[in-house]
Each structure stands twice: as C-alpha cells, then as structure tokens.
Design a protein around this ligand. Structure first.
Ligand SMILES: Nc1ncnc2c1ncn2[C@@H]1O[C@H](COP(=O)(O)OP(=O)(O)OP(=O)(O)O)[C@@H](O)[C@H]1O
Ligand SMILES: [Mg+2]
Length: 516
C-alpha cells in the first residue's frame, strides 16, 4: 500500500471518534428539530381547536373545550401585548421583553429587524425578532418558547373613523411543570434584564409634539423625536459656583430619590422654573440637566396642543427619566384661564411670523392638571421645567411650590461669571485686561450670551493674540452699551473706538478726583 494512502487511512481511523461524535450530534439535532416541529404543529392545532370551539359553542362551551384540551396539551401560554389599558400607554413589560429577546433571541432567530437607534455607538445596529418569528430560551433547566405575533386590523375599505392599528404581542409558552419557576423567577428575570438592556441600548432623544396630533386617532403618535445631542454641561455653564453646586445636588438627589418619594407619598417628579432675561442660559441649563441625569427631553409646544384631553394623552406617552420642557410659558398660554382675545392673538401672530397654530384650547387648569393632577403620577422620574423672561407675569397658582419646586434666576454677567466664560472660551484664568473688564462688567447689564459672542474667535487665522483680540472686543461692547444708556439708547452717535477713548478720559478724571 502506498505510503500516502496508508497515512490517510490511519488519519481516518484516528478521526473516527470525531466523525462519530459529529454524526451523533447531527442525529440529536434532527431529533430536536423533529420535536420542535411536532411542538409547533401541536401549538398550531391547539390554536385552531380553541378558535373552532369558541366560535361554534360560544364562550362557556369553549371554556370546557379548553379544559379538555388542557388534559392532553401540557403547555401554558402567556401573552404580552404592546398596548394595554385602552391603548393609552405602551406596556413596559412588552418593551422589556422586546429588549430581552433582542439581546438573547437575536442570536437564534432567523428573521430579524434592524434598528440603528444607536448609530453613535460601535454596535451600530440593534437587532430584534421580526413578526411571527420564534426563539427558544432556557432557564434553570426549563425550556421556553417565545414568539412575536401581530394581529392585523380588519379595517373597512371606507370609513369615517380612523382604523385600528395592528396589535403586536409576544407569546411565551412553557410546560406546565415549570409553572412555579416561570411565575416566581423567570418573568422577573426577563423584566429586570430587559429593562437594563433597554436602558443600555437607549439613545437619548429630543421629542417635540406633533401639531397634527389627534387624540382620537390611534394611528397618530403624539411625539416625534431626533437624537439628543446638545453638548452643554454644568462645567461649561457660567453662573455663581455655589448656586450651581446646589442645583446639581438637588438634581442628583431627585434622580436617586425613588424610595424617598414613595415613603412620603409624592409622585416622583420635580418642577423647575428658570427665569431671567434672554441669553442668560435657561435653555442651555435644560440641556445640561438632561446630560447630567441622562434623561430624554420632551419639548412641549403648548400652542400646538388642541385641548386638555390631547395634553393628557401626550403626558401618558412620555417615558420616565425625562424632562418635560415648556419654554416661554408666559407666551404659550392665557394665564388668566380664558382664551386670548382675537386682537391680541393676531398681533402676536404677526410678531411670530403668522405661523402659530392658534387652535389650542389648553387652559390654565388643564396645564395645572398636567403638572400635578392625578394623571401626572403616571410614569415617574420626571422633571417639569418652565422657562420665562417675565416671571412677574406668571399666575401664582402655576408657580407655587409643589408645582415649581425650585425657582432659579439666571441673570446678567458679573465678574465671576465672566471668568468662567473666559476659562471655557479662551482657556485663561487671568489677564492684564481683567481689571478693566471687572470695572465695566459690574456696572453694565450684559448677558452671558453677549459675553460669549465676544469671546468667540472671529477668524480661522486668529490664533496667536486671539485672547487679547477677544477681550478688547468685549471691552468695546461694554463701552458701547455704557454710552448707549448714558445718551438715552438709540441716540448713540459715537463709535466703540471713540467710546474707548472717552472711557480712558473718564478713568483719568476718576483717578484725578480720587487723588484730590
Ligand atoms: N450662563 C451661561 N453659561 C454659558 N453659556 C451661556 C450662558 N448663558 C448663555 N450662554 C450662551 O449663550 C447662548 C444663548 O443662551 P440660551 O439660549 O441658553 O439663553 P436663554 O436664557 O435660553 O435665552 P432666551 O430667553 O432668549 O431663550 C448659548 O448658546 C450659550 O452658549
Ligand atoms: Mg431659551
């Protein structure tokens, strides 16, 4: 026998146990596949039989039939519908199962749905089971069968009423001998794991309410969203350091306060009123709050909400771990509780470019209910933030403690605030021009937004010496505003350069008078 053939035979002999093992495994797989398809057929038959009995004999006879079949069909089924409670709110259990199966089931399922909700991360696509797909799971030795199902709505070809949407659900099947294990441990395990996976996969979002939202039309969603990508944080917010620390501590205490709120019998939510002149950082602070707590932001445009009932339904669609924002609250609603007068409305529309939706019938009492009525407790872990430029215009009922728990004033720049901005924008702690700026800034009302604008580099080439250029630009701005107010606003004739000269003269006069 040639040498090569000999060695090939020897190799085959030595690999025999391996191939035998493989064959055994394949036989086992075939056996399992057989069992799997037998089980699937049994489930299908059971569904047909159940349907048949209940349509032919009605509910009571159907129930007897179910008992009869249960004698020979040992499997128990649990369903998790996407919408429960008259479809007002997406079921949290459904969402948790979805996340759990997306993580554990997607490795076994053959038909998957892909979602790029986490396109910012390395794992670009999140995969989940497609409709009518089945996967198995094991838990403490028990085998469980999950399937994703959909009931298509039977919509008439023509109807005045909006058609019902399709109903999605997950079905869990298991042998009845595992009933206790499933009820006591497995379901908790799925919900807890699913919640953790859901939070990990979640990409924070910025929501806005749809102006076409009709609370009676199930097909329309109340909110649309984009990824939340605002980079603001508390390090970059320029404000009194002590006040900033207090706000941060308050926010963190709130986010960790689940047990506390439960103990004192209050819904887990907190209201903030941010007030101050335009450009003092109210919107920036909301973004920083969301980034600090890792919350979603729901930017509620009240003028686009049709009525109180639509407002309530919007509230129910808001997830927990979120900030509900109503900007410029004084402009959004008639705070006297009555509808705005037509003349007043059209004037405001002109100012706003005529695009405002004036159909809103949201009333003050509707808004108060939204903030702290019975319905507001659905969901939990929410901040409600109002902003306004005119705190004195607001109805006391709206901003009383308990509704707006913290009132935060964001104000004009003082020297401390300027120093934070200089550190952020220019990377400097000190400069020879700081003394001059200190004198000017203390006596002028300049917003952080105006200071920030001056500290921005204006040219790409402006690198060397840009610090001085920026600081001088700020000084000119401060001098110009000083002159403007001295000369009664619009009558200002001098250029900022002339103002700087005058300022120099003023300083000389000041020092001369102080030395005498
Ligand atoms: N306190 C601040 N700290 C850091 N940056 C600020 C601060 N205030 C304003 N800014 C800067 O000014 C810009 C405008 O600020 P922002 O939009 O937050 O003001 P606002 O108070 O919401 O104004 P408005 O009342 O007009 O809505 C922001 O882009 C931000 O960079
Ligand atoms: Mg703003």
């Amino acid at each position: 026998m040639p040498e090569s053939l000999n060695s090939a035979l020897q190799r085959a002999e030595s690999e025999k146990p391996v191939t035998e093992g493989l064959e055994r495994e394949m036989r086992m797989e075939e056996k399992w596949a057989g069992w799997g398809s037998a089980l699937a057929s049994a489930m299908f038959l059971w569904a047909v039989v159940r349907q048949y009995f209940s349509t032919i004999f009605g509910d009571s006879l159907g129930a007897y039939a179910a008992k009869l079949v249960a004698l020979v069909y040992p499997y128990i089924e649990i369903t998790f519908f996407e919408y429960t409670g008259e479809r007002l709110k997406r079921s949290e259990a459904y969402a948790a199962v979805e996340s759990y199966l997306a993580a554990s089931g997607s490795t076994h399922a053959r038909r998957l749905k892909a979602d790029n909700d986490r396109e910012d991360s390395g794992s670009a696509l999140v995969l989940s089971m497609d409709d009518h797909e089945e996967v198995t799971d094991t838990f403490s030795g028990a085998k469980l069968y999950w399937s994703s199902q959909i009931i298509h709505s039977k919509s008439p070809s023509f109807s005045f009423y909006p058609s019902q949407p399709d109903r999605r659900y997950y079905r869990l099947s298991f042998h009845r001998r595992h009933r206790d294990l499933i009820a006591k441990s497995y379901l908790r395990h799925v919900l807890d794991e699913g919640k953790i996976i859901g939070l990990k996969n979640r990409r924070r979002r910025l929501y806005t309410n749809n102006s076409t939202y009709d609370s009676y039309d199930y097909r329309k969603r109340g909110w649309s969203h984009v990824p939340f990508e605002h980079p603001a944080n508390f390090d970059t917010i320029a404000m009194d350091a002590e006040k900033k620390r207090e706000i941060m501590e308050d926010l963190i205490a709130f986010s960790r306060g689940k047990e506390f709120y439960l103990r004192i019998g209050k819904p887990w939510k907190r209201g903030y009123l941010l007030h101050g002149p335009p450009g003092t950082g109210k919107s920036t602070m909301i973004a920083a709050m969301a980034n600090l707590l890792d919350y979603d932001v729901y930017d509620l445009e009240l003028t686009a909400v049709k009525n109180n009932s639509a407002l309530r339904k919007l509230l129910l669609e808001i997830s927990s771990k979120s900030i509900i924002v109503i900007e410029d609250i004084d402009c959004s609603i008639d705070l006297s509780g009555k509808r705005k007068k037509e003349s007043q409305k059209s004037e405001e529309e002109k100012k706003l470019g005529g695009e405002e939706n004036t159909d809103s019938k949201v009333t003050l009492s509707g808004l108060l209910n939204f903030i702290d009525g019975l319905w507001s407790a659905c969901g939990g872990e929410r901040l409600v933030v109002f902003t306004t430029n005119f705190v004195e215009k607001l109805d006391p009922a709206l901003i009383r403690r308990g509704r707006m728990d913290r009132h935060i004033e964001l104000s004009y720049c003082d020297f401390q605030v300027f120093r934070v901005l200089a550190r952020n924008y220019l990377g400097i702690e000190n400069h020879t021009l700081f003394d001059e700026i200190r004198c000017l800034i203390e006596e002028r009302n300049i917003t952080p937004a105006d200071v920030a604008e001056n500290l921005m580099p204006k040219k790409i080439t402006e690198v060397a010496g840009s610090v001085e250029v920026c600081l001088r630009s700020l000084i000119q701005d401060l001098l110009a505003s000083k002159l403007k107010s001295a000369k009664g606003g619009d009558e200002m004739m001098e250029t900022p350069a002339a103002a700087e000269e005058n300022y120099g003269d003023d300083k000389e006069k000041e020092s001369a008078s102080s030395s005498t």
